[in-house]
Design a protein around this ligand. Structure first.
Ligand code: PMV
Length: 309
C-alpha cells in the first residue's frame, strides 16, 4: 500500500547553463554544466487520480509534449494519486534547461507521492530521464543530471551504460551573465541537423567533437583549480568550435562579442544554439556588464555558482 500524499508537496528543478561541451557531449565527450538559481517548481496536491495541470498560454505542440512526458513518468512511478502543476522562473526554450527542470520538479513530486519519502538521486535521474526522452528524443542527459543533482558537474556518456557524472568542488565561485539572443528552433532540430552533417563527414566532425571534449576537460580542471582566466579562455575556444560545428548564428555571434566587449573573461553560446537562444559570459564582476546590456535593451541576468560542494 502506498501512503496517501499529505497536503501539498513541492519540488524544485533548477535550470542549468552548459559552460563547456554541448553537442559534442551527445557523441561521448565531456561537458561542464552548472545549475542556476532560477528554475521550475512543481506542486502536487492529493487527488483521486494521477494528473497534470497544464500551464496556460502554451502552443499545442508543447502542450502535447508535456502531457506525453508526464504520462511516461507517471506510469513509471505507478500513477500515485496526485495532481501536479508547475510554475517557472526560467526563460523557456532558450538553452537554459527548462525541459529538464520541468522533468526534475515533476519527477520529484511523483516519486515523493509514490513512496512518501524524498527520492534518491539515482531514482530522480532515471524518472526525469524518461521525460527528457519525450522532450528531446535522444538527450545526452547532461541537462537533467545537472538539475537533479543541483550542483556543478562534469558529465560524460559511456556507450550504453550509465553516464559518468562527477560533482565538482570549485575553488572559487563563478560569476556568470546570461543574455538572451532571441527565439530559437527546438533543441531536437539543431541536434538533428548536426547529426546529418556528422553522418556525412564523420572524420571531420569527429575531430571537432574530440577537440571540444579536450577543451571541456581542461576547463573542468581550471574551474576546480579556480583559474578563471583559463576557464574563460576555454569558453572562448569552445564557442569557436561550436561555430565550426554550424550551431551559431549572427544573433549569437553579436551577443558573444557584446559580452566580451563588456569585460567577460570568456563568452559562448550555451545549450543547443542554432538560430538563437542564450549566451553565457564568465566575469570577475558582472554588475556593470549587466547594467550596460539592460540599458541597451538586452534581456539578461546574473548567476552566481558557489564554490565548494
Ligand atoms: O538547449 P538545451 O538546453 O536543450 O541543451 C541541450 C544540450 C545539447 O548538448 C545540445 C543536447 C544534449 O542532449 O546534450
Amino acid at each position: 500500500m502506498r501512503p496517501p500524499p499529505a497536503g501539498v508537496d513541492t519540488a524544485f528543478g533548477p535550470g542549468k547553463v552548459i559552460l563547456l561541451g554541448e553537442h559534442a557531449v551527445v557523441y561521448g565527450s565531456t561537458a561542464l554544466a552548472v545549475p542556476l538559481g532560477v528554475g521550475v517548481t512543481a506542486h502536487g496536491s492529493p487527488a483521486e487520480a494521477c494528473s497534470f495541470r497544464l500551464p496556460g498560454g502554451l502552443e499545442r505542440r508543447t502542450r502535447a509534449q508535456l502531457l506525453a512526458a508526464f504520462s511516461a513518468a507517471a506510469d513509471a512511478a505507478g500513477r500515485p494519486p496526485v495532481r501536479i502543476s508547475v510554475e517557472s522562473s526560467l526563460p523557456m526554450s532558450m538553452g537554459l534547461g527548462s525541459s529538464a527542470a520541468v522533468a526534475v520538479a515533476v519527477s520529484g513530486v511523483l516519486l515523493r507521492s509514490a513512496t512518501g519519502r524524498a527520492p534518491s538521486a539515482r531514482r530522480l535521474l532515471s524518472l526525469a530521464g524518461r521525460m527528457e526522452v519525450v522532450f528531446h528524443g535522444t538527450p545526452s542527459g547532461v541537462d537533467h543530471a545537472c538539475s537533479a543533482l543541483a550542483a556543478p558537474i562534469a558529465f560524460r556518456r559511456r556507450g550504453s551504460g550509465p553516464p559518468r557524472i562527477r560533482r565538482l568542488a570549485l575553488r572559487r565561485p563563478l560569476e556568470l551573465l546570461v543574455a538572451l539572443a532571441g527565439a530559437r528552433r527546438p533543441t531536437r532540430a539543431t541536434v538533428a541537423g548536426l547529426r546529418e552533417r556528422q553522418a556525412r563527414w564523420p572524420v571531420r566532425y569527429g575531430r571537432l567533437f574530440r577537440e571540444v571534449g579536450k577543451v571541456a576537460e581542461e576547463g573542468v580542471r581550471a574551474a576546480e583549480a579556480g583559474d578563471l582566466e583559463s576557464l574563460g579562455d576555454a569558453m572562448n575556444v569552445n564557442h569557436g568550435l561550436l561555430a565550426a560545428l554550424g550551431v551559431s548564428s549572427p544573433a549569437l555571434e553579436a551577443m558573444v562579442a557584446r559580452l566580451r566587449a563588456a569585460g567577460a573573461l570568456g563568452a559562448k553560446l550555451t545549450g543547443a544554439g542554432g538560430d538563437g537562444g542564450a549566451v553565457v559570459g564568465l566575469f570577475r564582476d558582472a554588475r556593470r556588464a549587466e547594467q550596460q546590456l539592460r540599458r541597451a535593451g538586452v534581456t539578461c541576468f546574473r548567476a552566481r555558482v558557489e564554490a565548494g560542494r
